[in-house]
Design a protein around this ligand. Structure first.
Ligand code: FAD
Ligand code: SIN
Length: 523
């Protein structure tokens, strides 16, 4: 088996991974391992933009306040302060490096999204911020001679020995070659997991591998009951849930029920721009009430030329479905979009396992609380990607004397097993652990997942079996946390506990072979 040593290993090539790799390259050699192509990530598809205090009428205090309000009492305040204050510095640094955000008359055009009290969302290419930002960072990463990238290479197992993480076992699934990457610091930047739901805005790679791998070796997993469902994803039966950015509502788009009513006006003073948990749940209730599968987004009352240029990417995509964003009623429904919790880290991205770091969507730094404020996640990638790489550099863990590692083999005949099982689980998660949850359904789901787990051949390092195991473990973590949290808060709504309960103003931590526990929120 091939063994490669790097000073830092980064797993994932979204904005968090690229940021971490770029900064780590100042200190030595870096491997970037990524499951698909370098530009396949949630980051690449980001539309609305990146939140940052950039106007004279805005302030750090306002951005902090909006983040805390959206987080429903579960944000760790110190982490939020770092996000907002260092976030502005990171954004300015990017601009200094040559990143171009959209401007008009020499000034940044700032967008508005749910839960923000000010216009503070920088965007690029109109609604193609993720593409512009990841391509910009990719170029910077590729230019660094100390960074080597490995595409189509899936991390499958973290190598933890004597309590230290010494690297990761990975497989190049095109050639079937096994590679063991060893390092003093392994940074997980594997992104989210919303593809474990069948209606999701995420690319197929977002299946929570990082969370499953970290849990397996004893990392603390926090707050994974909080899944953010984006209110407005395109609803066309049989088609992917293409995102229609919240920034569209920021420019004045209306949400209409089947009676043509703007129902959000009666629910929240910010109407269509209420925080995301409120809008997604309100849409859910309308769908139940009117017994339908989708509602409508309407922009017909807005300036059509402005809409076409500001949202040219969404406009073009909708044309494939014979829909005109500027004048037609656009069918939408919520879709799984973002993992709010994740691998628990300190303020520098370090997990409870020495040598193992996490940043970006896979991590739970404490900034997102129970419900992420829109467009705060790209900012989190920049801030905590840099912090993780710098703390990783300061660590000096013992060298690893490699032990025997079982190689991963790929049996193409098991591909169908993976796809069928994954689709079955995704349907189950959407039905049973979606926007609204309930005790008996969660218990049933946990039993069904445990049954699937029992049927995965054990002691087997076949790639498709490992992938199924990761999906099952991830879904069990979400379902178990959802069962424990007997209240409704942010991205977790219980039909049987409809109110927020102050006793649950705590993080839920899960760790392998330990009872779940609660920890205090840092004020
Ligand atoms: P990702 O960008 O998802 O990158 C994860 C990487 O890890 C990928 O390269 C993946 O292939 C790789 N990977 C996964 N598993 C493995 C494995 N086992 N081995 C090797 N590699 C692996 N946020 C905002 O702030 N503003 C927005 O406007 C916005 N719009 C969005 C629009 C869409 C459609 C989506 C889906 C999300 C949006 N978000 C937005 C959320 C935001 O994009 C993500 O939270 C953020 O980009 C996550 O970045 P990341 O680097 O942590 O993960
Ligand atoms: C969007 O553009 O609506 C997505 C923004 C986000 O998820 O932060």
């Amino acid at each position: 088996m091939q063994i490669k040593y790097f000073d830092t290993i980064v797993i994932g090539s979204g904005l968090a991974g690229l940021t971490a790799a770029y900064h780590a390259s100042r200190f030595g050699t870096v491997a970037v391992i990524t499951k698909s192509q370098l530009d396949t990530s949630n980051s690449y598809y980001a539309q609305g933009g990146i939140a940052s205090v950039m106007s004279e009428t805005d302030s750090f205090d306002l951005h902090i306040h909006d983040t805390l309000v959206a987080g429903r009492g579960l944000c760790d305040r110190d982490a939020v302060e770092i996000l907002v204050k260092e976030g502005q510095a990171r954004v300015k640094e990017l601009i200094g490096m040559g990143m171009e955000f959209d401007k008009e008359n020499g000034r940044f055009v700032l967008g508005l999204e749910g839960g923000h009290s000010k216009r503070r969302i920088l965007h690029a290419g109109g609604d193609a911020t993720g593409k512009a930002l990841t391509c910009f960072m990719l170029k910077k990463v590729v230019e660094q001679p100390s960074i080597q990238s490995f595409e189509y290479t899936a991390a499958v197992k973290l190598l933890v020995d004597d309590g230290y993480c010494h690297g990761v076992q990975a497989v190049d699934f095109v050639t079937g070659k096994n590679i063991v990457f060893t390092s003093r610091a392994t940074i997980l930047a594997t992104g989210g997991l919303s593809r474990v739901y069948d209606r999701s805005t995420n690319p197929h790679t977002a299946t929570g591998d990082g969370i499953a791998m970290a849990f397996e070796v004893g990392a603390e997993i926090a707050d994974v009951e909080f899944i953010q469902f984006h209110p407005s994803a395109l609803y066309v039966p049989g088609q992917d849930a293409f995102l229609i950015s919240e920034a569209v509502r920021g420019e004045g788009a209306w949400l209409l029920n089947p009676l043509g009513e703007r129902f959000m006006k009666d629910i929240h003073p910010q109407a269509e721009l209420a925080p995301r948990d409120v809008v997604a749940f309100s849409i859910y209730k309308q769908l139940q009430k009117h017994n339908c599968d989708f509602l409508h987004l309407s922009l017909a009352h807005l300036d059509s030329e402005k809409i076409k240029s500001r949202f040219s990417n969404i406009y073009q995509k909708l044309q494939e479905f014979n829909l005109d964003l500027s004048k037609d009623l656009i069918p939408i429904a919520p879709a799984a979009h973002y993992m709010v919790g994740g691998i628990r880290t300190d303020l520098d991205g370090e997990t409870n396992i020495p040598g193992l770091f996490a940043c970006g969507e896979v991590a739970s730094t404490g900034v997102m609380g129970a419900n992420r404020l829109a467009s705060n996640s790209l900012l989190e990638c920049l801030v905590f990607g840099k912090r993780a790489s710098e703390k990783a550099h300061q660590r000096n863990y013992p060298e690893w004397q490699s032990t025997e590692i079982l190689p991963v083999n790929i049996d193409v005949q098991n591909e169908n097993f993976f796809l069928e099982t994954k689709n079955k689980i995704a349907g189950m998660m959407s039905r049973n652990v979606g926007i609204v949850r309930e005790k008996s359904v969660l218990e049933e789901t946990i039993c069904d997942l445990e049954e699937i787990d029992r049927n995965i051949p054990k002691g087997n390092m076949e790639y498709n079996y490992l992938k199924v195991k990761h999906v099952v473990d991830t879904c069990l973590l979400i379902s178990r946390a959802a069962l424990i949290r007997e209240e409704s808060r942010g991205g977790h709504i219980r039909d049987d506990f409809q109110k927020q309960n102050p006793d649950f103003k705590v993080h839920i931590i899960q760790q392998k072979n330990k009872e779940p526990r609660f920890t205090e929120v840092r004020r």
